[in-house]
Design a protein around this ligand. Structure first.
Ligand code: SF4
Ligand code: SF4
Length: 362
């Protein structure tokens, strides 16, 4: 039996539903329900308008570059993408008219995805789409959307363009709208995070998506755990072994905290989900986590490859301490022969009065 999705067998469709269940943290018993709900939800092919502001298009590239069966293929079959600057054939006024037509004909039904930051200075003149500023487009298109999704850290919190806020006033979509939006941060956003959120929206509705967001507006399924808590190098952190010299083979897999790792402050499931079709993630590739899913990225987390002298790690007796202090504490206690696991727990806040670091969400 053919599935409703072009070029996809029923078997592959059910496989896809299984991956959706896994993506959303649901048990396999939900697969038939997901299949039925997805078929029902997509009968009318929900329309999507995907626009870009100050963007490198990296989030789109990440999305397109995903695994087999390709989520973009599926989403393009499931959804009706009416406007996307990188994938649509039309250009100029013809392309822009697709936005206006969709807004008119699918009022309150279309999903509005925005990628890239919004420069608010100089009446938004630093980024225009057609002859209209991106800021004005966002205000106009979001108004009649069923849901607004900010994809990438630029759209979520300002991201890299936001580091230059003094000049362009670059910020996230929510700041411009003044109302909460669903945020899928990451530089770029992981394709599963985008597909999973869109599919959840189709399956369970907008209220379910909104109810599952953390305090920064991120879906908890994907941003509910600290990188640090699932890090394969965590035992080295707890043992007080830190990479100081990338050229020393003995330090090859030590903890990257002193090289600027933001894993203790960053909420995302990268260590479990991984990137490049499940191959690796930054820390596996010997690069410190740069905290790209956090509101602090980029400006407050730079320089990215330097340890964080000022950004504290909450936890030791409730006081904020610097990365230097953590290293020293670990060193001193190691020398004193006190249980390292205990020290690590204290240093990361597990036994401190505040629990895990609070930079992400509770
Ligand atoms: S979040 Fe990163 S990858 Fe995505 S558009 Fe912004 S700079 Fe590019
Ligand atoms: S500081 Fe970074 S490298 Fe070290 S354990 Fe935590 S997440 Fe892993």
């Amino acid at each position: 039996m053919e599935s409703i999705f072009k070029g996809l067998s029923r078997r592959d469709f059910l496989k896809y539903c299984a991956s959706i269940a896994a993506m959303l943290g649901l048990s396999e018993i939900y697969i038939p329900q997901i299949a039925a709900a997805l078929e029902e939800a997509t009968k009318g092919k929900p329309p999507v308008i995907w626009m870009q502001g100050q963007s490198c298009a990296g989030c789109t590239i990440s999305f397109i570059n995903s695994r087999e069966p390709t989520p973009p293929e599926l989403v393009l079959d499931i959804l009706s993408v009416r406007f996307h600057p990188n994938v649509m054939a039309a250009a100029g006024d013809v392309a822009l008219s697709a936005i206006e037509t969709t807004m008119k004909k699918a009022k309150d039904k279309y999903v509005y995805i925005f990628e890239g930051a919004l420069p608010t200075a100089e009446e938004g003149r630093f980024c225009e789409i057609g002859e209209t500023s991106a800021v004005d487009w966002v205000k106009k298109v979001a108004k009649d959307a069923h849901a607004v999704i900010a994809v990438g850290t630029c759209a979520s919190f300002g991201g890299i363009p936001g580091a230059n806020q003094a000049v362009t006033g670059a910020t996230g979509v929510e700041d411009v709208l003044g109302t909460p939006v669903v945020k899928i941060p990451g530089c770029p956003a992981h394709p599963d995070w985008v597909v999973g959120t869109v599919v959840k929206l189709l399956l369970f509705g907008k209220d379910a998506v909104l109810a599952g967001l953390d305090k920064y507006g991120r879906p908890k399924e994907f941003y509910g755990t600290l990188i640090h808590d699932n890090c394969p190098r965590r035992h080295w952190f707890e043992a007080g072994k830190f990479v100081e010299d990338f050229n020393d083979p003995e330090q090859a897999n030590y903890c990257l905290l002193l090289k600027g790792c933001k894993g203790p402050f960053t909420y995302a499931d990268c260590p479990k989900r991984k990137w490049n079709s499940g191959t690796n993630f930054c820390i596996d590739a010997n690069a410190p986590c740069q905290g790209c899913t956090q509101p602090e990225f980029y400006a407050k987390f730079s320089p990215l490859y330097e340890k964080l002298p000022e950004i504290g790690i909450p936890g030791i007796a409730g006081y904020e301490v610097s990365a230097d202090t953590v290293a020293k504490v670990l060193g001193i206690v190691t020398a004193a022969g006190i249980g390292l696991h205990l020290v690590g727990q204290i240093a990361t806040g597990r036994l401190g009065k505040g629990g895990p670091p609070e930079r992400g969400e509770e």
